[in-house]
Ligand binder design. Structure first.
Ligand SMILES: [Zn+2]
Length: 386
């Protein structure tokens, strides 16, 4: 969303357009963006011709109620935005809807109203950034409405619709936005495989009973986050889903997630700890037989560290309040203690990450006994760092 779009006052339109009155209306329009929900970023207050006022109101219907503005999760509003539009004055057999996106945070819905007395057979062609895709093909009965999630037909940031109908219909395009977050419950049995680019072994391993405990925590955290309007992508469909270390990062990358949270538990740990990737290279002699050195993207590293700090503060505050736990702090990954032998270094998933990435560790026994509390703390951390 560009500032110039939302900050610009409505352009004066010719009088009498659509038969509107010339009498000026006083319009006050407050536009809000991103994290600054409490502080309007642009305000328009002026006398406008009636038609311009309609345009202003249409613009104002695009709402951005502050994804992650940061209230405590117990009271957090869903980090959702939505888009509405004005109605049509007559049905038509052809509709062009140029705007739309179905990838990442975006949902686009096509709404078809058949106000007539005969069934309308509709055919939708989606013109996307990747070419034409077949959209919904359906018969809309008289005096009914059908809604179609275009994400079921194409995943793209560029989705426009061409609707043709056998009888006059009215079409509207509604868009909704939800932040996407990736949760990665640790461990899986995957084969030894050297990533050709980095020389790092992507092999993960089963770590009982951690694998089952952290998967359960992730599923619980997913439910809490979804209740707050967040779309959650999981790296695994079951506790033993064989997803290797590289694939975990790729899943978050493909989803364009705001962040990926790797969830682990370790018997040696005394208090909840959030680990982030440092800028140092991954110089894994045990895993890089060719001597290659892998580095995390500097921008991803910086974003990961910042997200980890925001996440940790809210996560630990929640657990302290709920369970009186201590604080293990926000620490840089110690890459010297894992990843020897045939397995990949556990934190090497960060190497392939294109989105902020960090790891939560809890004491294993504590995690086992406090799965729901940790899940809620994870959600609190994520919501605070969106
Ligand atoms: Zn682990």
């Amino acid at each position: 969303m560009q500032q110039e779009v939302w900050g610009a006052p409505p352009h004066p339109l010719p009088p009498r357009l659509f038969g509107a009155a010339e009498r000026p209306l006083l319009v006050e329009l407050t536009l809000m963006r991103g994290r600054e929900a409490a502080r309007p970023c642009a305000a328009v207050r002026r006398a406008l011709p009636a038609v311009a006022a309609v345009a202003a109101l249409a613009l104002a219907s695009v709402l951005f109620p502050a994804a992650g503005a940061g209230p405590a999760p117990a009271a957090a509003a869903p980090a959702i935005w939505a888009h509405d539009s004005v109605g049509a004055v007559s049905p038509s057999q052809v509709w062009y809807l140029a705007e739309g996106a179905t990838a990442g945070d975006f949902e686009t819905w096509l709404l078809v109203q058949n106000p007539g007395e005969v069934p309308a057979e509709i055919d939708v062609k989606l013109h996307t950034g990747e070419g034409e895709r077949q959209g919904p093909h359906d018969t809309v009965p008289p005096r009914t409405r059908r809604s179609y999630d275009l994400g079921e037909y194409a995943e793209s940031y560029h989705v426009s619709s061409l609707v043709t109908a056998s009888a006059g219909v009215v079409c509207e395009r509604a868009m909704y936005g939800r932040p996407v977050v990736c949760l990665d419950p640790g461990h899986a049995a995957t084969p030894s495989q050297i990533d050709p680019e980095t020389g790092i072994n992507t092999q993960d391993w089963i770590n009982e009973p951690e694998i089952g405990i952290v998967y359960d925590i992730a599923v619980r955290a997913k439910a809490v986050l979804e209740a707050h309007g967040v779309r959650v992508v999981m790296t695994k469909a079951s506790a033993y889903d064989p997803v290797n270390l590289k694939r975990r990062a790729e899943i978050a990358n493909q989803a364009r997630a705001r962040m990926i949270v790797h969830i682990h538990a370790d018997p040696g740990l005394s208090a909840p700890t959030t680990l982030y990737p440092g800028p140092a290279p991954y110089d894994w002699k045990a895993n890089t037989e060719t001597g290659r050195v892998a580095r995390i993207d500097p921008a991803v590293q910086a974003a990961s560290e910042a997200a980890a700090r925001r996440f940790h503060a809210a996560m630990v505050a929640y657990l302290r309040q709920a369970e009186g736990t201590g604080d293990g702090g926000v620490v840089v990954e110690n890459r010297g203690t894992t990843g020897t032998g045939n397995y990949g270094p556990i934190f090497s998933y960060d190497i392939w990450s294109e989105v902020p990435t960090f790891t939560l560790e809890n004491n294993l026994a504590f995690a086992d006994a406090h799965r729901q509390e940790i899940a809620e703390a994870v959600a609190a951390g994520v919501l605070s760092s969106l």
